[in-house]
Design a binder for this molecule. Structure first.
Ligand code: EPZ
Length: 418
């Protein structure tokens, strides 16, 4: 298993380019199941979750070619409408094939995801949405089966709680349903908008993506399309925080600055100097001390849960006490224990972490527990005294494209060892 060895203390300096969004590319790949034509996706990050999704789609019946960051998919027919346990247990986003499979093939069999490192994460909202669209849902042997042999029928769906992949799954099911579907309390994340834009290019009729009410007028058939995936706002945000924690001077290019509004506003409160020379660039400048600033995660456009761990790492270096509140997932503080092993002063109280700074962190052996938790350990290691060894970096490989190369290019002392 690979490890990262990081020697702390270097201030980052230079430019970091942003990759395409993993969480946008995953539903976009699944959307290719909705047509027998060719779908060409550009700027698909070469990370492990994407490879897992490609493997799943190949088993289902897609022919896939990958050239650099361009993925071409063609699915003349659905060979096996199934997402097996072996894949779902490694990547919960496998459930994104549920909607497209029921819509195209009238049938899907998908393993139910179990618990995971950041919380229970059920898919009940995906299932009740499909049921309202007319699918028959049954569960047996750890699998959920959805059947709609005569097609889906447009309806009104009000989500009990906001769900990103749930909105995407139902959107993909509804585009081929008969009649109009209205999704209320829909997720407003940029990844949902990106998926809707791809579906529009494929011939779908959708309005309201990016708001909490999405209207879909079903069509009989979708066709092929070419689409470039949006920039990864979480990757970009992670590098903004890496620059801030080291007091570096770093320009993050190729991002959508607008998608990072909650982060940059919070950092301004914490005293981090940030410039936005244009819509796709964020420049972080060194500006003395960082102040403690409370933060609570929210659905978009609020502060992303996927940046909470990295923000907590920054708060260990802020003067004062901050409260970091996690409202989306019930168990997303695994990094706190590891940060404490590095010398951070954090007290956990339910969904709140009380972080007292500024702590002198020191390098230690730590374990990555999930994707974003691992990123926060990398950030902490960049400012820790001495060497940090991060074990199980396969978690980070799920979602960050060449993180060690990108950080080393701006002066971080980081290397991967086997
Ligand atoms: C997406 O997960 C992202 N994954 C996550 O990214 C992200 O943390 C999360 O949205 C929140 O922003 C992808 O896009 C592939 P949810 P998702 O459904 O869709 C509960 C990363 O690090 N819920 O919006 O699975 C759920 O348990 C990750 O890249 C139900 O109760 O998240 C959670 O508490 C990990 N029933 C909350 O809703 C459901 O049917 C939000 O989850 C669905 C969700």
């Amino acid at each position: 298993m690979d490890k990262f060895v990081i020697e702390g203390g270097a201030k980052l300096h230079g430019t970091i380019p942003t990759s395409g969004s993993k969480n946008s590319a995953l539903p976009a790949l699944a959307a290719a199941l909705l047509t027998e034509d060719k779908v060409v996706l550009k700027r698909v990050p070469r990370v492990r979750d994407i490879r897992t999704m490609e493997r799943l789609l190949q088993d289902i019946g897609s022919y896939i070619t990958v050239e650099n960051e361009q993925v071409t998919l063609e699915t003349p027919r659905i060979v096996s409408p199934e997402a097996p346990y072996e894949l779902v247990k490694t990547m919960r986003a496998s459930s994104l094939v549920l909607g497209p499979l029921v819509a195209r093939a009238g049938r899907a069999r998908v393993s139910l995801p179990g618990g995971c490192a950041i919380g229970a994460r059920p898919i009940d909202q995906h299932l009740s949405g499909l049921q309202l669209l007319g699918a028959q849902i049954s569960q047996e042997h750890g699998y959920v089966e959805a059947a709609a042999p005569n097609g889906l029928k447009g309806t009104r769906i009000v989500f009990d709680r906001i769900t990103v992949t749930g909105t995407e799954d139902i959107l993909m099911a509804a585009v081929l349903a008969n009649g109009e579907t209205v999704i209320e309390n829909a997720a407003r994340e940029p990844e949902v908008v990106d998926l809707a834009n791809l579906l529009l290019k494929m011939g779908a009729k959708i309005t309201g993506a990016g708001t909490s009410v999405i209207r879909i007028e079903g069509v009989a058939k979708l066709h092929g399309a070419e689409h470039e995936i949006i920039a990864d706002r979480i990757e970009a945000g992670t590098y903004v925080l890496a620059a801030a924690i080291t007091g570096g001077d770093v320009t993050i290019t190729g991002c959508v600055a607008d998608h990072l509004g909650a982060l940059t506003a919070k950092l301004a409160k914490a005293g981090v100097r940030i410039l936005q020379p244009d819509d796709t660039t964020i420049h972080v400048l060194p500006d003395g001390a960082i102040h403690a600033a409370d933060m609570s995660t929210e659905e978009y456009p609020g502060f992303a849960t996927d940046l909470q761990a990295q923000y907590m790492a920054l708060m260990t270096q802020a003067n004062g006490i901050s409260i970091v509140k996690e409202t989306i997932f019930e168990n997303r503080f695994m990094h706190a224990q590891e940060l404490m092993r590095m010398g951070a002063n954090i007290r956990l109280d339910g969904r709140e972490a009380i972080v007292a700074g500024r702590s002198n962190l020191s390098g230690a052996g730590v374990i990555a527990s999930d994707l974003r938790a691992s990123a926060s350990l990398v950030l902490a290691a960049l400012v820790a005294k001495g060497e940090t060894v991060i074990d199980r970096v396969y978690h980070i490989d799920r979602g960050y494209e060449n993180i060690e190369g990108k950080l080393a290019a701006v002066g971080a002392n980081i290397r991967r060892v086997e």
